[in-house]
Design a protein around this ligand. Structure first.
Ligand code: GDG
Length: 486
């Protein structure tokens, strides 16, 4: 591994490694960097700092030896079939995920899930303790690993530990349902900095630390007596440079025009892109959109909603049911309100190449992002980043973290079907100057606060000295895009 014998000075701990295993035509097995903002944000830091990334490699019961990919040291942490069932699909995705998203689906409280969560968190903490150099900076990611900070601090009090939660953190009224509510908080306060997407989530956390653990808080800090834990919002963002580069490619722009042609050149193309998840408000959105046709405000051929629903967590029962429900709803809508060859909703349950996704963003007159709860929602920011032409409009749920920053979107309450219908029509009918004004203001925010600014802010808060040492605040990895028009 590209680090000295004493270990890595920067360690990322995440459920998954930032690579996917691929097999080429000759049967040769290799790795490909997985798409996603986290790796583009942390990749440059990893390379500068000789960092190591710990996570599951994606195949059950297999743990390849540590390896190098794309200039990063990757350290696989093994998960068995049973771990995946109980720790990942169980506690992470059937207990924590629904509970942290306003319990929009009933959380499952199962003691076997919890036991597996503790065991797997111990394994990750141990692996991190083994690779971290003395005094290293360790950044733990997300809800699957909330116990790691305290476990790691126990083993290695010399480390500087950060934690970032990518999903919402609920208020007490919901959080208190959790049978292991104290244990999770005790796990998190092992960190020096606990980061959230929204200020409200940080407030929920500080209050719960007081209520359940008795620690006072002041400003952003929870006071443990022996040390302070900083709990604050660090809203995540997107890789604007990468997106703008893709959006400017002539072949991507041609693909955008081709998408419109293939859809019969509608006057209005609306787009939604979500993991097929019950938090994303897909049903509510389809309901509102279809009523616009039932009411005669829109007609088939005039407007079409392209709904990309990326396959997700297909072994979890709630997700299988959701897929059936959404597909039944789409079938009904098109059957009742569409015409042969001219559907109202063009639905796809598959994953698209990044270039195609960007082409779709460019093709869409209106992007419709209406989760019932979402930590941030990167799709909304990606759309804004790509629309250098200032011609698109964004309909955005108030319940997405992105709404804190993208004030000039057409904001909606996804539970209010009439309100959503009105806002969609306003977005469709907005004058070009009005669209441009709104888009310019949203782009300013996203361009100035891209994913590099996010990681730089977090690390500078966690360890200012270290951040300076590896120059992560410098312009090439810090805030501010050169060559990007706002
Ligand atoms: C969690 C939190 C928070 C989607 N379909 C395709 C594809 N995607 C990409 C999007 C975007 C990402 O996946 C989805 O990110 P979101 O933020 O929208 O949602 P979650 O997956 O729920 O993410 C969320 C995020 O973590 C980061 O902190 O914002 O609130 O829930 O980048 O573009 N990418 C490709 N093909 C697809 O078909 N290539």
């Amino acid at each position: 591994m590209a680090r000295n014998d004493s270990g890595a000075s920067f360690v990322v701990v995440a459920n998954r490694l930032p690579v996917d295993r691929v097999t080429d035509d000759g049967g040769e097995v290799g790795w490909r960097r997985s798409p996603g903002g986290l790796v583009s944000a942390l990749g440059p830091v990893m390379r500068k700092a000789d960092g190591a990334w710990l996570g599951w490699a994606g195949t059950p019961d297999e743990a390849p030896a540590p390896f190098e990919e794309d200039g990063m040291s990757l350290v696989p942490v093994p998960l068995s079939e049973t771990d995946i069932e109980l720790y990942y699909e169980g506690f992470s995705n059937s207990t924590l995920w629904p509970l942290y998203h306003d319990a929009v689906a009933p959380p499952v409280y199962d003691r076997r899930y919890w036991d597996a969560y503790v065991t797997v968190n111990e394994r990750f903490a141990q692996a991190a303790a083994d690779v971290a150099a003395p005094g290293a900076v360790v950044w733990v990611q997300d809800y699957q690993l909330q116990l790691v900070p305290a476990m790691l601090r126990d083993a290695r009090p010399d480390l500087r530990i950060g934690f970032f939660l990518h999903i919402p953190f609920p208020p007490g009224e919901l959080y208190l349902q959790l049978p292991w509510r104290r244990e999770i908080l005790e796990g998190l306060i092992g960190a020096d900095v606990v980061g959230f997407q929204r200020p409200g989530a940080a407030t929920n956390f500080r209050r719960l630390c007081h209520r359940l653990l008795g620690y006072p808080y002041r400003g952003h800090h929870v006071d443990l007596g022996s040390r302070m834990v900083r709990a604050e919002a660090f809203p995540i963002s997107v890789d604007v440079t990468e997106l703008v580069e893709l959006a400017r490619r002539p072949e991507v722009q041609e693909r955008a025009r081709a998408f419109r042609r293939e859809l019969g050149d509608p006057d209005w193309l609306l787009l939604s892109v979500d993991r097929l998840d019950y938090t994303k408000g897909i049903g509510e959105r389809l309901h509102a959109f279809s009523e616009l046709f039932a009411d005669g405000l829109l007609s088939p051929g005039e407007a079409v909603l392209v709904q990309i629903a990326t396959p997700s967590r297909e072994r979890v029962e709630q997700y299988r049911r959701l897929r059936d429900e959404v597909e039944l709803q789409v079938g009904r809508i098109n059957g009742q309100l569409g015409q042969l060859g001219t559907p109202i909703v063009d639905y796809s349950h598959s994953s698209y190449a990044r270039e195609d996704l960007v082409a779709l963003y460019l093709a869409a007159d209106v992007m419709v992002v209406t989760p019932v709860r979402d930590g941030m929602n990167l799709v909304a920011k990606e759309y804004v980043a790509c629309r250098e032409d200032l011609r698109g409009a964004l309909v955005l749920s108030e319940f997405a973290g992105a709404a804190d920053e993208l004030h000039r979107a057409f904001l909606v309450n996804p539970h209010d079907i009439d309100g959503m219908k009105r806002r969609i029509m306003e977005a469709l009918r907005a004058e070009p100057t009005e669209r441009a004004r709104r888009m310019r203001s949203m782009r300013r925010r996203v361009v100035e606060h891209d994913v590099n600014a996010w990681s730089a802010d977090f690390l500078a808060t966690l360890d200012p000295h270290y951040a300076e040492q590896i120059h992560i605040t410098e312009p090439d990895t810090g805030r501010g895009m050169r060559n990007v028009k706002i």
